[in-house]
Every structure is written in C-alpha cells, then in structure tokens.
Design a protein around this ligand. Structure first.
Ligand SMILES: NC(=O)c1ccc[n+]([C@@H]2O[C@H](COP(=O)([O-])OP(=O)(O)OC[C@H]3O[C@@H](n4cnc5c(N)ncnc54)[C@H](O)[C@@H]3O)[C@@H](O)[C@H]2O)c1
Length: 292
C-alpha cells in the first residue's frame, strides 16, 4: 500500500496516478472537504482521460476510486511501503507531518517529498531515516505528465533511489535526476518567470491575457506563466518564492506584492475558480471580468 499525504492540487493527482497503476492507496488529509473534493476530482479526471488519453482507458472511475481509501487518520499509514507527502508548501505544515510519519510508519518505509522548493536534505533531517527520504517533484496534472524531477538528499541511499525509480516506472513515468538545492532546477527557474510576469501585470504593462499569449505564440509554450500560476495555485507560488527568498537570501526571489494580495483575496487560481484568469467549474478558462 502507498500512502499519499495531502489531498490538494497535486496530492489528488498523485493518488489518482497511483490507483490507475493498480496500487492500493491511502489518501490522508486533515480536511474532510479536501478529501471530498479529491474524490470528485479523481472521478471527473478519469472520465475525462478515458476520452482524451487512450493509454489510460483501461479503468472506470469506480474501479480507480475503489483502490483509494480517503481518511483523516495518519495512523492508517502504519503499513505503507512508501509515503508520498504533498502537504502545503510551508515548514509549519511539513515538519509535524514528518515527525509523526517517522513514529507511525515501519522502519523500512520510504518517504517521498513532493515539495516545490524545500531542500530534500532539510526534510530528511526531520526523520530518523534520512537514507530513505527522497524528492520526487511531480508535475501538474500528474496523470498526464510522464516526467518527474528526482532529487536525492545528502544521505539518500542507492536502494531508495531504485525504489523511487521502480515506483515511477510502475506509473509509466521516468525521472530526470538533479542535485539537491532550493527549488531544484524546474522551480528555481519557473518561479522567477512567474514572479516577473506577476510584476508586469501589477505594473500594468500588459493584461494577463497578453502576457500569456506572448509566451504561447512567440515562444511556443503550451501555457503562459500566469496560466501556469493558476494551474499550480497562486498560494503555492507565493510560498515557493518565500522559500527561495529565505534559503538563497537573494532579493531576486522577493515575491511580487500582487501575489500576496491575490492570496488574501482568495484568488488562488483554478482551485478557487479565479486567479489571473477566471475558470468554470470544470476548470475551463473564461474571459476575465475582474480580479487580477
Ligand atoms: N500545485 C502544484 O502544481 C505542485 C507541483 C509539485 C509539487 N507541489 C508541492 O506539493 C505540495 C502540495 O501542494 P498543492 O499545490 O497540492 O497544495 P494545496 O494547498 O492544493 O493542498 C495542500 C493540502 O495539504 C493538506 N494539509 C495541510 N496540512 C496537512 C497535514 N498536516 N496532514 C494532512 N494534510 C495536510 C491541506 O488540507 C491541503 O488539502 C507543496 O509542497 C507544493 O509545493 C505542488
């Protein structure tokens, strides 16, 4: 059984992807609402994928959901072989989870850190098993993204790296390995781009639509930086920039104040229905009427 902790934007996709690979999953969140949303979202996403991604047509939503136990009890992870942690990107959220998991889980259990920016070695130091802690930075939406950034910490053993690779292979995914550092490679670069795009929007240099169109039509990106921020979650972007700012001590990572305002206003992106753009209940983009 694989444990997944955190049933938000990314944890929901991780649980779905594991269940579609025939793993038994226990999905834990402190919020009953988050678990309810995850159940609905997984059913919707599997239905959608059966239409657009032929390789994933094998299972019905009921079959996938049947492999997932939704619970608020971390203790249910006592027999997990691997736990993938996806709780909010703040140290105050992550620290107690690792201390508790270290007490609850069997000594052989591997802990996978799905963080955007925290160094894996820092997280591993919260546990008595640093050799069995590894970073896997999944991309959103998890079921549709075939590549994962893999980050061994200082003490991560070869056996743990192999266990992570074989879990990914069972999910039809491969890894690109990078060394441990705040934000690794992908988010160290991406967060600066999104932050600068937010500054352009905040200074009135262009609309959110124009900023995103430039990246799509001039550079051939699938999504613009502000659409990407909405997909990831504006709160997760803000927390990630705060981690980079604090860890590097470099002012180039200071978060654009507009991001703080948007988080305070509840404009979190797709998950709240509005961010830099507006979204319908199925996540489709709608013309902006107000907000950022
Ligand atoms: N959103 C992305 O695209 C993305 C991609 C890769 C990695 N990440 C990382 O994954 C983690 C989660 O990000 P997210 O975007 O899903 O955030 P989110 O805010 O959508 O979800 C976080 C979830 O964690 C839950 N949570 C908080 N404390 C908890 C606890 N003690 N026990 C159990 N559940 C708890 C919250 O209730 C919430 O449902 C972060 O570290 C983020 O940086 C996010």
């Amino acid at each position: 059984m694989i444990g997944v902790v955190g049933a938000g934007t990314i944890g929901t996709g991780v649980a779905q992807s594991l269940a579609q690979a025939e793993h038994k999953v226990v999905l834990v969140d402190t919020s009953a609402d988050a678990l309810d949303r995850a159940r609905v979202e997984i059913g919707r996403a599997v239905r959608f994928q059966r239409l657009v991604a032929p390789k994933l047509r094998t299972y019905t939503p009921a079959e996938v959901l049947d492999r997932i136990t939704f619970t608020q009890e971390l203790d249910e992870l006592a027999t997990a072989s691997v736990v993938i942690e996806n709780v909010s990107e703040t140290w105050s959220a992550k620290e107690p989870v690792y201390r508790a998991l270290d007490r609850i889980c069997e000594p052989g259990c591997v802990f996978v850190v799905n963080t955007s920016c925290f160094p894996i070695t820092d997280v591993a130091a919260l546990t008595g098993r640093p050799g069995q802690v590894i970073g896997l930075h999944f991309m959103n939406p998890v079921p549709l993204k075939p590549v994962v950034e893999l980050i061994p910490g200082w003490h991560t053993t070869t056996a743990t790296i192999e266990a992570a690779r074989s879990l990914l292979a069972s999910m039809g995914k491969t890894a690109i390995t990078v060394n441990d550092s705040p934000g690794f490679v992908s988010n160290r670069v991406l967060m600066l781009t999104i932050n600068e795009a937010a500054f352009c929007r905040a200074e009135g240099i262009a609309s959110a639509e124009a900023i995103d169109e430039l990246f799509k039509r001039c550079f051939g990106h699938e999504m613009g930086p502000l659409e990407t921020a909405d997909l990831i979650g504006v709160d997760t972007i803000l927390h990630s920039l705060e981690v980079l700012h604090e860890r590097f001590g470099d002012s180039k990572y200071r978060p654009c104040p507009l991001l703080r305002t948007m988080v305070a206003a509840g404009l979190l992106g797709r998950k709240s229905g509005a961010g830099f753009h507006h979204y319908g209940i199925t996540g489709d983009r709608r013309p902006a009427t107000q907000g950022a």
